[in-house]
Design a protein around this ligand. Structure first.
Ligand SMILES: Nc1ncnc2c1ncn2[C@@H]1O[C@H](COP(=O)(O)OP(=O)(O)OP(=O)(O)O)[C@@H](O)[C@H]1O
Length: 330
């Protein structure tokens, strides 16, 4: 469905006469297939949200698209999203092919507007000519599909519970039947019960084939375990591991993944058996990342080569990737 090829997207911070380049997404390659839920995990600041914006090609200063390609496949053909301007992206891609639920979406519904008005505003931003009744008809259908009462359409956001609001956000984001939905930490501001309900909504829209694939961004491995079919691990602007959820949980290959999973209290039997670990140190400053493997200053297994050379991404098994010198046969 989508393919990122060696994508680099940096923030340019200008402070007086000096500038800082923050390498937030730095050489990322990723294929997204139809019918999968990808959980993108990593510590805060590893570049997950930037990656989401890159996939959408929502590039605005201070973020700069430096190089690489983002291909969206449509049947036998593909579009190179990095070549499209914002108007074209808005018209043809955003909401229709790829939709995003951004990090702050829960609080982003304008409190002074009824849900009906919000829906019409969102859809009209893609196509000002739409028939309002038709749009509301579609919205009612989608609301019912995800378990929201029809009456919610005429309510104000504050009249809905947190979980209902979040489901309304999901309904609005998927109204134009995008193939890919990106959800950036959609449950982190919610209480545990509401979180469960919202996760169930994601599983529902996937199972009902309303959405072909989902990219779910979170730092919560337990959530990913419940939801994702595949895990992609980011560290300091790069993907360091990629594999099916079961494989990555049962046998993490990268020392960072191993530490990340050990650092959360998790109900997963196989993770608990390995005991609780943590990762000492901090993620690097992305304006001046360490040479070689970016994880080497924190890695208990760091070798000379790790300090010198960046490890290649290798496929150790079918659809099982890791970027770590420990797994390179030399
Ligand atoms: N507008 C910005 N200007 C400058 N640097 C930024 C900006 N937004 C993010 N960054 C930097 O880019 C890097 C990646 O940030 P990003 O938000 O993509 O990470 P993340 O993994 O999504 O983190 P979180 O889980 O906290 O949202 C970080 O070093 C961050 O400080």
């Amino acid at each position: 469905m989508l393919e990122l090829n060696n994508v680099k997207a940096y923030y340019r911070q200008v402070i007086g006469p000096t500038q800082r380049i923050i390498k937030a997404v730095d050489g990322v390659s990723l294929k997204v297939f139809e019918r999968e839920i990808i959980g993108v995990v990593g510590e805060s600041g590893s570049g997950k949200s930037t990656l989401a914006n890159v996939i959408m090609m929502n590039i605005r200063p201070p973020l700069i698209f430096v190089s690489g390609s983002v291909k969206l496949f449509t049947g036998n053909d593909f579009l190179e999203l990095q070549k499209l301007d914002r108007d074209t992206l808005r018209e043809r891609i955003w909401g229709r092919e790829i939709a995003i639920i951004p990090q702050a979406a829960l609080n982003a519904l304008m409190p002074t507007l009824r849900i009906r008005r919000i829906i019409l505003d969102v859809i009209k931003s893609h196509n000002p000519e739409v028939d309002e009744e038709e749009v509301i008809g579609l919205a009612i259908k989608r609301f019912k599909e995800i378990g929201l009462p029809e009456i919610a359409i005429n309510m104000y956001p504050f009249e809905l519970s947190g979980g209902m609001r979040q489901r309304a956000v999901i309904a609005i984001a998927t109204l134009l039947n995008p193939r890919l939905l990106i959800a950036d930490e959609p449950t982190s501001a919610l209480d545990v019960v509401t979180q469960k309900m919202v996760l169930k909504t994601f599983i529902d829209i996937y199972n009902k084939n309303i959405i072909k694939s989902i990219i779910f961004i979170t730092h919560d491995i337990a959530t990913v375990r419940q939801l994702a079919t595949r895990i992609v691990v980011m560290y300091a602007g790069k993907i360091v591991e990629d594999g099916s959820t079961d494989d990555v949980i049962a046998k993490p290959l990268h020392p960072y993944t191993d530490g990340l999973m050990g650092s959360v209290l998790t109900p997963e039997e196989e993770v608990r058996k390995r005991g609780l670990r943590y990762i000492p140190g901090q993620p690097p400053d992305l304006s001046n990342p360490p040479p070689g493997c970016r994880f080497h200053p924190r890695c208990p297994f760091a070798m000379d080569v790790c300090r010198r050379e960046e490890p290649p991404m290798i496929e150790v098994d079918k659809n099982r990737f890791v970027s770590c010198w420990l797994h390179v046969k030399r």
